[in-house]
Design a protein around this ligand. Structure first.
Ligand code: ADP
Length: 486
């Protein structure tokens, strides 16, 4: 593995403005997925640490944070974004060590986008206005916006810093206080982020961080705690169901961004080179470990053979290996357990009658680390598990279709509804098809293009609610309507 300029860190909790170990000093090992070696240790929190963090967050709701003017809050949050950029190389190194993703990716997307989340939502504060309603000459109503209270943020391991800041920035912008529980597999950048929040001048207790596991541990304790008013969660659909059941006992407000089995619909009139270039990304970027990745590729029959040939050829060119080698395009999967799960789906594809036309195995010469060749499967029926279940790895299925009606029927025949891509140069068809796909986000002739003002989230079992711009503020704030009789 190439040498890194920054060394991995041990991770403590951050509670009430201080880095602290667990009360019982318990820790767990943090493993580098690219080498299978130990990176360091992480404090293992549970209900006691969550309780301390929630108490600190509750106290901080009425402290100096509440008294800050909007301009002061804007300045502090902008500073968080600035400090993320100042520490970009360090954050990108730690993110790649934790996740196994290539550093070109963490350095060009994860970290800059994390800074932008803070810059964007701090600026957004100034655009928020309150609604007022005059009821004839009888009454004047106006609604004031206030924080929801203590927010629990539960995050996954695939885009650790990007997704944490995507929630933390608007939650803070709306005046809440926070307890964050990053994924146990990727604790390092969240720890640096806590330090950055402190250094930017966010008062003690406003941002708290507790490391630990999900079920029967820190995650469950956060969702159970009666003084946590809302949970924003990104992760697996099955985990979302468990959290909802737990959170129901205290009737918490929930924002969910869950799994997906996103379709790419490619019509034969589209520009094939452009399609291939983007489909390579939408299939294999971040080792396919992005909830927005397109994993069901439907190609109109006249273009099917040409697409498949070029797609396989371009996939073969992807360099797999050391995340710190600038040539690497595909790094390591997150963990052994996940590697087993993803390769289990490849075996299943063969049992279900599929053909592996590319990849499917560990790349030659990479004996350590959870590396897997980008994998393309054909010949599977729409009812197969591999076509219906989220794999969350560099594995896609390609299927031909004949008519618009037929492909729409297949595309929507899923419990998921996160995102989709449609490729066509026929303007009317683009609008017609995009409007009929049951997904929260539909891209036409592109993928992953995001304006942070737009609604982001999934329908069906891919999510509840939307975040982005005003949608985030709606979730992270409460409204009180004041009615004055005139
Ligand atoms: P994965 O299994 O791929 O890690 P999860 O959806 O389980 O994905 O994990 C996303 C986040 O949810 C992690 O921070 C994890 O610790 C947390 N988590 C998992 N199970 C629970 C649970 N029962 N309650 C609260 N948080 C949980």
């Amino acid at each position: 593995m190439q040498k890194q300029a920054y060394q991995p860190i041990d991770c403590l909790h951050f509670i009430d403005g201080k880095f602290v170990p667990s009360l019982d000093e318990k820790t767990f090992d943090n493993i580098n997925p690219a080498t299978e070696e130990k990176l360091g240790i992480v404090a293992e929190g549970g209900a006691p640490e969550i309780d301390l963090a929630v108490k600190a967050a509750k106290r901080a709701l009425n402290g100096p944070w509440k008294k800050m003017t909007a301009n002061e809050r804007v300045a502090v949050l902008r500073k968080v974004g600035d400090l993320i950029l100042e520490r970009k190389d360090e954050l990108s190194t730690l993110e790649s060590l934790d996740t196994g993703k290539p550093t070109w990716l963490s350095g060009s997307i994860d970290v800059p986008r994390s800074a932008y989340n803070f810059h964007f939502f701090s600026d957004y504060i100034r655009t928020i206005t309150n609604e007022s309603t005059l009821m004839d000459d009888v009454a004047l109503n106006y609604a004031i916006r206030r924080p929801v209270g203590v927010i629990g943020l539960i995050n996954p391991w695939n885009l650790p810093l990007l997704l944490l800041t995507w929630k933390l920035a608007p939650a803070l912008a709306a005046g809440n206080t926070i307890v964050m529980k990053p994924a146990e597999l990727t604790p390092m950048t969240a720890t640096i982020l806590a330090e950055i929040c402190r250094d930017a001048g966010i008062p003690d207790g406003v941002v708290n961080l507790v490391h630990g596991f999900g079920p029967h541990s820190a995650g469950a304790a956060l969702t159970e705690h009666p003084d946590v008013n809302a949970i924003s969660f990104t992760g697996e659909t099955t985990t979302g169901k468990v959290i909802m059941t737990t959170a129901a006992k205290t009737l918490k407000r929930l924002s969910y961004e869950l799994g997906g089995k996103n379709p790419n619909v490619i019509f034969s009139d589209s520009n094939l080179d452009e399609v291939i270039e983007t489909t390579i990304k939408s299939s294999f970027i971040n080792q396919g470990e992005v909830c927005l990745c397109g994993s069901r590729i439907y190609v109109e029959r006249p273009a099917y053979e040409a697409f498949l040939e070029k797609f396989v050829a371009k996939t073969k060119e992807l360099v797999i290996g050391d995340p710190f080698d600038p040539k690497t395009k595909v790094g390591a999967l997150i963990s052994e357990e996940h590697y087993e799960r993803v390769t289990g789906y490849i075996k299943l594809a063969l049992e279900e009658g599929g053909t592996i036309v590319q990849g499917g195995k560990r790349p030659g010469g990479l004996d350590k680390g959870f590396y897997l060749e980008p994998t393309i499967i054909t010949g599977l029926d729409r009812k197969c598990r591999v076509v219906n279940e989220e794999i969350f790895g560099p594995v896609v299925t390609v299927m031909p279709f004949d008519t618009e009606e037929e492909v729409l029927d297949q595309v929507n025949d899923t419990h998921y509804g996160l995102s989709a891509s449609v490729w066509t140069n026929d303007l009317r068809r683009a609008h017609r098809v995009a409007g009929q796909i049951e997904a929260g986000i539909v891209w036409v002739n592109t993928w992953f293009l995001r304006d942070l003002r737009t609604p982001f989230g999934g329908m069906k079992q891919s999510g509840i609610g939307r975040e982005g711009g005003l949608h985030s503020f709606e979730f992270y704030s409460e409204l009180t309507n004041i009615c004055i009789k005139l």
